[in-house]
Design a protein around this ligand. Structure first.
Ligand code: HEC
Ligand code: HEC
Length: 316
């Protein structure tokens, strides 16, 4: 009977720690962040249907001055070093753009890169915060909140620049044509290629031999900080954090210099899976081992029980 009581007390306190205190502490230290939004709902909808043949011409006129497209034999316009020093970051080859990037995001990005990459989401999340604070504030405080909001947005926009020019003067039809063309010539990506294409112009993944595709000093000048190596991110940040952060960095880390890159759900799954394979290659082995360890303890408990019964026989 006594053992049973001890067991019940043990189960109660373990359960309290596991289901009560731990999740509560986690919730306080890491406030909940909304799930990834693969519909990019803060951006404008875009319905125009594109024509790939027209898109090829428009690509030559507007994009080829900076971007190569190796899947259609379009070479870089200058040497690697010249491109990096002209733009601060390497303008990526676009052979995989039709595969990696969401078409709605792409359309918004071509029209106004700074807006799609950070401004729109930064403003949206700040606005939500300000609206919450305003709800319980006096008229005077509301005005002050609005002023400081405008100041913060202006400072953010001045700090975070992107060297891809805006094509807001192109008609929607022409933008749709370019996207249709990128989708027609697209190359399917392996998980590694997805990570290199989407992240490699800024980040290295040293454990996998991937070096950032731009120069360190120029990246610091361009981005304001050096993008960290991604080899161990899966361990230090975890899968859930990575999914939310990549989908919308401003939501997770307001004001960060990392831009939203606009990956589709499939592409993002590939990138995160790849980072998991690089940073935590033993994960499946570890999970398998867990079952053996539990099995071992079950058997051990059984023998410990037999031993106890035997040892106490003489006492009773
Ligand atoms: C003057 C040079 C220049 C021109 C012209 C240009 N780009 Fe870019 N583009 C860049 C640079 C630089 C980057 C990388 C910016 C960064 O990561 O901060 C980029 C990035 C991109 C990306 C990656 C977006 C992402 O979410 O990661 C796409 C897609 C793209 N450009 C498409 C185009 C298309 C389509 C055109 C033609 C309509 C075009 N670009 C014209 C310089 C240019
Ligand atoms: C245009 C450059 C650029 C691209 C492209 C880019 N990043 Fe970043 N990234 C940054 C910068 C700059 C930081 C540092 C941000 C800071 O310190 O606020 C960063 C930070 C990060 C972090 C650390 C977040 C944290 O909480 O500290 C992760 C994880 C990350 N990036 C993942 C990715 C992945 C995955 C991709 C590709 C899908 C990617 N990044 C593409 C520039 C970039």
């Amino acid at each position: 009977m006594r053992e049973l009581k001890i067991l019940i007390i043990l189960i109660f306190f373990t359960g309290l720690t596991y289901y009560g205190i731990e999740p509560y502490a986690h919730h306080v230290m890491h406030p909940a962040v909304a799930e990834p939004d693969y519909a990019f709902s803060d951006l404008e909808n875009f319905d125009a249907k594109g024509d790939a043949a027209n898109g090829k011409k428009s690509f030559a006129a507007n994009c080829q001055g900076c971007h190569s497209l190796s899947s259609d034999s379009i070479l870089p316009p200058m040497s690697h070093a010249e491109l990096v020093s002209a733009y601060g970051v390497y303008p990526p080859d676009l052979s995989t753009a039709g595969d990696l990037y969401d078409p709605k995001f792409l359309a918004n990005f071509i029209k106004n890169p700074a807006n799609a990459s950070f401004e729109s989401t930064y403003k949206m999340h700040k606005q939500e915060q300000v609206a919450k604070a305003k709800a319980s504030a006096s008229a005077e405080e509301q005005e002050a909140l609005q002023k400081s909001f405008e100041k913060e947005v202006a400072a953010f926009e001045a700090k975070n620049k992107i060297s891809m020019p805006s094509f807001s003067y192109l008609p929607d039809q022409e933008i749709a044509d370019i996207i249709a063309y990128l989708q027609e010539v697209k190359k399917e990506t392996t998980p590694k290629e997805a990570a290199v294409q989407a992240c490699g112009r800024c980040h290295s993944v040293k454990y996998a031999g991937i070096v950032e595709n731009s120069s360190r000093d120029q990246l610091i000048t361009y981005l304001g900080s050096f993008p960290p190596d991604l080899s161990q991110m899966i361990k230090s940040k975890g899968e859930d954090y990575l999914h939310k952060f990549i989908n919308d960095p401003q939501k997770t880390l307001p004001g960060t210099g990392m831009q939203r890159v606009g990956l589709t759900k499939d592409a993002q799954d590939k990138v995160v899976k790849y980072l998991e394979n690089v940073g935590d290659s033993k994960k499946s082995e570890r999970e398998e081992l867990g079952a053996y360890v539990i099995g071992f303890f079950v058997i051990l408990t059984f023998f410990a029980y037999l031993f106890k019964v035997n040892a106490f026989k003489e006492v009773h």
